[in-house]
Design a protein around this ligand. Structure first.
Ligand code: HSE
Length: 408
């Protein structure tokens, strides 16, 4: 039996989940995995679960200087003080397990450098897709493949909102309020509804999948605030629905990365992902299509990924790092980021003269309109294939549109 003493920094929903999981499952884990986990210290300003006073650390140094603690779990979230605390632990030679997607997407090279300096591991399965073991799958189960594309629902809050709007009607503001009342969305919902959370997760996942650093500033990001009931009703009449997708595609050295509301056919596997569930759909060179589905948030689902990272770290002989050059401010010069992707489009314009102007602007650029749908005085124009920049130029010439949505 291996005894592993850990510390948890951040005892909110997920920190409390990790503590409870170890309380509930610790004996079984010890029996089955021969690893006895003990939470020796916690560090938090507020606690979501009861923890004995003797376990509560007074400060970060108390954990960093405790030679018995080999693994530190960071579940504080945000940039600071999480970054400073993690670096302190890594440089002290303690392996860190984190779910902090914002921090990892922004400062992964710096954290990895600190880990290497301390000879420690740095693992973050829970940072993307909550309970879904997507990072381990990409890192250790798909190495025989080139991953050609990622299409993912990796934000539970926006998927809950989009599902409600598509399946039950309701306007964005109403459904957002419901998501907040149910505790899915944050009081300040910006990170979720404006696509930042999905962007951080896509940066991490696409870096691992494409074996090259994919910085957040290379990701096109658009949230779901402008998806209206009027558009949803029209899209449903077409046999389709809308999801906030995180998309990454790699063709040779050309990479496109984008997070935006996307119209998908009802038959698409991602259309079956309802409520706050997440799913990641990969196209792989050898394995072909692959989809992982599960709970992307929540105390025990996220704790499942965190504790699995702890158990894996506890049995590893040597720490594992990114398999690509992971240097701050540097991206592989061979990679060409493509912001002129080709896809389908849905444009809603006002009827009458505005509609004529819109059609002329599209025609001028050789963009074909596949379908026109009249909508209470407006007109929805469906375009099967066009380039993003051509569409943007046409929309500018039109003087803007009521809605612009991309279609798979
Ligand atoms: N706010 C995130 C979501 C939590 O809604 O998916 C999990 O990262």
């Amino acid at each position: 039996m291996k005894n592993v003493k850990i510390a948890i920094m951040g005892m909110g929903t997920v920190g409390g989940g990790v503590y409870r999981l170890i309380e509930m499952e610790g004996e079984r884990i010890a029996r089955e995995q021969s690893i006895c986990l003990e939470v020796k210290k916690t560090l938090a300003l507020a606690y979501s679960v009861e923890v004995p006073e003797s376990v509560k650390a007074a400060n970060v140094q108390e954990i960093a200087e405790d030679p018995e603690i080999s693994i530190v779990v960071e579940l504080m979230g945000g940039m600071e003080p999480a970054k400073t605390f993690i670096k302190t632990m890594l440089e002290a030679g303690k392996t860190v397990v984190s779910a902090n997607k914002q921090l990892i997407a922004n400062a992964w090279p710096e954290l990895e450098a600190a880990a290497k300096k301390g000879g420690a591991g740095f693992y973050f399965e829970a940072s993307v897709g909550g309970a879904i073991p997507i990072i381990r799958t990409v890192n250790t189960s798909l190495q025989a493949n080139t991953i050609q594309s990622i299409e993912a629902i990796i934000n539970g809050t926006t998927n809950f909102i989009m599902t409600k709007m598509c399946d039950e009607g309701g306007d964005f503001a109403e459904v957002l309020k419901e998501a907040q009342d149910l505790g899915y969305a944050e009081a300040d919902p910006t990170a979720d509804v404006d696509g930042f959370d999905a962007m951080y997760k896509l940066s991490i996942l696409s870096s691992l999948a494409f074996c090259s650093r994919m910085p957040i500033d290379k990701i096109y990001r658009e949230g779901i605030r402008n998806v209206s009931k009027k558009d949803i009703d029209c899209i449903k009449s077409m046999g389709k629905e809308v999801k906030l997708l995180a998309i990454g595609k790699k063709d040779g050295n050309k990479v496109q990365l984008r997070v935006h509301p996307t119209i998908i056919p009802k038959e698409h596997m991602l259309a079956t992902v309802k409520g706050s569930f997440n799913a990641v759909f990969l196209k792989c060179s050898m394995a072909d299509d692959l989809m992982l589905y599960g709970r992307g948030a929540g105390d025990l689902p996220t704790a499942s990924a965190v504790v699995s990272d702890v158990l894996n770290a506890a049995t590893q002989e040597a720490p594992a790092y990114a398999r690509f050059k992971n240097v701050e401010g540097e991206v592989d010069p061979e990679i060409c980021f493509d912001d002129n992707w080709q896809t389908g489009y849905y444009l809603r314009v006002q009827g009458g003269d505005a509609a004529q102007k819109a059609k002329a602007a599209l025609e001028k650029r050789g963009i074909q309109i596949a379908q026109e749908i009249a909508l209470d005085g407006d007109l929805a124009l469906i375009i099967d294939q066009a380039h993003e920049q051509e569409i943007q130029a046409a929309v500018q010439e039109m003087g803007g549109v009521a809605s612009l949505l991309r279609m798979q």
